[in-house]
Ligand binder design. Structure first.
Ligand SMILES: NC(=O)c1ccc[n+]([C@@H]2O[C@H](COP(=O)([O-])OP(=O)(O)OC[C@H]3O[C@@H](n4cnc5c(N)ncnc54)[C@H](O)[C@@H]3O)[C@@H](O)[C@H]2O)c1
Length: 382
């Protein structure tokens, strides 16, 4: 590992801020990382979450409730911003204007107007490296699917399905939080929360939807607030998007189904991808992280086989090759990809790169069209 250190600040020290801090703390797990993140500053609006950071991360020198204080700190090279969606535009733009590299969280702006403003800001500051978080493509099985896409191993694409399925909102008594409020989470609802995760691989493959027919559901219309009173819960819980996508290899169209569901009984953070082609097909779900299902045509026979996956990671690490891979491993790999691309100016491989700002812009076009499609019950051009 090279000795280069990138000094990071974190704005938003909740669920995801902690995941990054934990990944940075076990950076020694990576064997040939291009650089090392060091967390030197943290910012959170409220005090409580900061205590975990200050008791666990000795390199922290600055602690504040006002993110603007981090922007003026010349000891900070890069910022990870993991705050509610209504703050993305303001804080991401401020970070970029301050000349700090940025890892932003999805959906990268609460709506298309916010995303447009962030992309305009990036265009004005080409010296700043900006990417969006999305960790699931770093599961070894998905990296393998990426290699197959690059090698045209699927032949002509017949159909693609990608889904991200939760059941965390099945309990009607689960108290409402910012992720269930349109003002703070956005009109996209579950698409804004979960959609970028499932668009990442298809968009990187060049499978960009031309049009969409979306069906959105608000299943739990009320939830208790912190006092127990039932209040409106106005975000979309589930979304099914049937898209007409184009294979850039041959210009042929194929159906691509994208599902984001907060209420999918039986599922617990299940990310899955299915690619059906004329020469091969692949299925993967994080439900079975060790299993990659591959259909190959052998001697005229159609044979579904299971490849046992271990630690065939993009960025090598010290875990034994036979051991299984998990969520926090994906987070570590994603951060290695961010630092690799920051250092080298390009990703390690096509599918071992973080989401680009342009890919977030595609997702906003898609989700905005999906809202219009649902409201008009028609197919909408993306
Ligand atoms: N990549 C993933 O897998 C993944 C998973 C969950 C959430 N996210 C995304 O991460 C972002 C944050 O989500 P989370 O789950 O960590 O939320 P969270 O509610 O756990 O944390 C957000 C934190 O931001 C703080 N905050 C709010 N306003 C602030 C301000 N003005 N200045 C500083 N701090 C402020 C809050 O106090 C809170 O601690 C969202 O964009 C969300 O979509 C990504």
């Amino acid at each position: 590992m090279s000795g280069k250190t990138i000094r990071f600040g974190i704005i938003g020290c909740g669920l995801m801020g902690r995941e990054f801090a934990s990944a940075a703390a076990r950076w020694c797990h990576l064997l040939d990382a291009p650089a090392r993140p060091e967390i030197v500053a943290i910012c959170n609006r409220s005090k409580e979450p900061l205590d975990w950071f200050t008791s666990n991360i000795p390199s922290i020198e600055q602690v504040t409730h006002d993110y603007r204080e981090l922007l003026g700190n010349d000891q900070i090279d890069a910022l990870y911003v993991a705050v509610p969606h209504h703050l993305h535009e303001e804080i991401y733009c401020a970070v970029i204007r301050a000349g700090k590299h940025l890892m932003g969280e999805k959906p990268f702006g609460i709506d298309k107007a916010a995303n447009d403003a962030i992309l305009d800001c990036i265009a004005e500051h080409p010296e700043v490296f900006v990417r969006c978080s999305s960790e699931f493509p770093f599961f070894p099985a998905v990296q393998r699917i990426g290699e197959m896409i690059e090698a045209n191993a699927f032949g002509q694409i017949i159909e693609v399905k990608a889904a991200f399925l939760h059941s965390s909102d099945l309990d009607p008594q689960k108290p409402i939080n910012w992720k269930r409020m349109v003002d703070l989470n956005g009109e996209y609802g579950c698409m804004g929360d979960l959609g970028m995760h499932i668009c990442h691989v298809p968009f990187r493959a060049g499978w960009v939807p031309r049009n969409v027919r979306a069906i959105l559901s608000n299943i739990m219309r009320k939830r208790p607030d912190s006092t127990g009173a039932m209040v409106p819960c106005d975000t979309w819980d589930n979304a099914t998007l049937l898209c007409d996508a184009v294979d850039p290899g041959n210009g042929d169209a194929f159906p691509m189904t994208l599902e984001t569901k907060r209420i999918a009984p039986g599922e617990k953070n299940t990310w899955c991808l299915e690619v059906i082609g004329t020469q091969a097909s692949a299925r993967f779900s994080t439900k079975n992280p060790k299993q990659l299902n591959l259909l190959e045509i052998k001697h005229g026979q159609q044979v579904w086989g299971q490849v046992e996956m271990g630690q065939e990671t993009a960025f090598s690490n010290l875990t034994g090759g036979i051991f299984e891979f998990g969520f926090s491993d994906a987070i570590l790999q994603m951060w290695a990809a961010f630092l690799y691309e920051l250092e080298h100016g390009q990703p390690l491989t096509k599918f071992a790169g973080c989401v680009t700002p342009e890919e977030t812009a595609f997702s906003h076009r898609l989700f905005t069209s999906a809202l219009r499609s649902h409201h008009s019950a028609t197919v909408v051009v993306v």
